[in-house]
Design a binder for this molecule. Structure first.
Ligand code: F6P
Length: 388
């Protein structure tokens, strides 16, 4: 399992949205082979949805060939009820993007035969060929979707009675009146989530800190159903600093260290591939020297990074995308560029996007420089970045 820690909920949203964008881009969906995306509701995914809308509006992301499958819905709320998850999804995401209404799937909490509705939902997911990426949210009691404590870890879509804790937590959406919160919901099961080819769960805020601790530092348990992720071959949690408050410093450092290594690993396929598209920097590799021409991939990344209004996490996401594009292109022959990317990530993490862009520029232009020169470039870029 991966744990990606970002500063705050907003940065988590940016990271997740960029991740989703990249997964869709790489999947190259078509009408015949759409990208099937599982989605949650609640306040946790709101920053992600805002960013996805932004990416769509700026022409960087299309949902034309995306099919969505929502996690859950309250029993007894009509789709037009403002607190229904139907209304939530249309208001916060679907009506702002180019998704086809027939590609949206949300359980019907008003269905006459609720279990038949759930069975139909499972069959629909199977017909779609399964879920490619399931984004998830959790409750403070560690439930994933609405799989409350004690749910079977093999459960499928079904009717669930909501735990009192969940009713209290969600009463904030019903004017603080717990009597107005539905007591039952339809929800995909833990088994349904686990069948997705990839699961990415958003955990933000101090109210979820105990659940995160249970999920990553203790064993798999039906009392904290999100802990099922430990047994998923491709699971990731994107959390903010507040959500880590109940975890050991050592655990969080460990995962942050992995984050760093993963960024490096993204560069590794670059080694050993000859290529021409990334033009070398000067052999002395000085970052202060006139920048060498860059390949279009690297140039794009640097331009993205240079927009000062981008937050540190966007810069990191941009560079990580650039790294992936570079390794896809197989046109860059040096791991020395990776050093500069690493420096970039470090600087970006300190919240200096402009400085990070300088490092990126030097790193990209040193991509095919001889080792010594590239190292020099990395070092001077990093120094320059620190001085900004
Ligand atoms: O993000 P919030 O507002 O805490 O809400 C989380 C809720 O949303 C859900 O993700 C429902 O989709 C539940 O798992 C959880 O109860």
């Amino acid at each position: 399992m991966r744990l990606v820690v970002q500063e705050d909920a907003e940065s988590v949203g940016e990271w997740v949205a960029h991740y989703v964008q990249e997964r869709i881009r790489r999947f190259k969906p078509t009408a015949e082979r759409p990208f099937v995306l599982g989605l949650p509701t609640g306040s946790s995914p709101l920053p992600t949805y805002r960013k996805l809308v932004e990416l769509h509006k700026s022409g960087q992301l299309s949902f034309e060939h995306v099919v969505t499958v929502n996690m859950d819905e309250y029993v007894g709320l009509s789709p037009t009820h403002e607190q229904s998850y139907h209304a939530f999804m249309w208001t916060n995401l679907f009506e702002h993007i180019d998704i086809r209404p027939e590609n949206v799937h949300i359980l019907d909490g008003m269905a006459e035969d609720l279990q038949a509705e759930c069975d139909k939902y499972e069959a629909m997911i199977e017909d779609l060929g399964g879920i490619e990426l399931f984004l998830g949210g959790i409750g403070p009691d560690g439930h994933i979707a609405f799989n409350e404590p004690g749910s079977s870890l093999c459960s499928r879509t079904r009717v669930k009675t909501l735990a009192y804790d969940t009713i209290v937590a969600n009463s904030r959406f019903f004017g603080g009146d717990i009597a107005k919160v539905p007591t039952m919901a339809l929800t995909v099961g833990v088994g349904t989530v686990m069948d997705a080819r990839e699961v990415l769960v958003i955990i933000t805020g101090v109210s979820k800190a105990l659940a995160l601790h249970k999920c990553i530092e203790e064993g798999v348990s039906h009392m904290w159903t999100v802990s099922c992720l430990q047994q998923h071959p491709r699971a990731c949690i994107a959390c903010d600093e507040d959500a880590t408050l109940e975890c050991k410093v050592k655990t969080i450092r460990y995962f942050k260290g992995l984050q760093d290594t993963q960024l490096k690993l993204l560069q590794l396929p670059m080694e050993g591939y000859g290529g021409t598209s990334l033009t070398r920097g000067s052999s002395t590799g000085s970052a202060a020297a006139a920048p060498a021409p860059l390949s279009s991939t690297a140039r794009m990344a640097v331009q993205e990074a240079r927009k000062d209004r981008l937050s540190a996490s966007s810069v990191m996401a941009a560079m990580s995308r650039a790294a992936e594009r570079l390794s896809d292109d197989r046109s860059v022959s040096s791991v020395d560029g990776a050093n500069a990317f690493r420096e970039l990530a470090t600087v970006a993490a300190r919240g200096k996007p402009a400085a990070a862009a300088a490092a990126a520029s030097a790193g990209a232009s040193s991509g095919r420089a001889p080792k010594r020169g590239a190292d020099d470039a990395s070092r001077s870029a990093a120094k320059r970045a620190r001085d900004v």
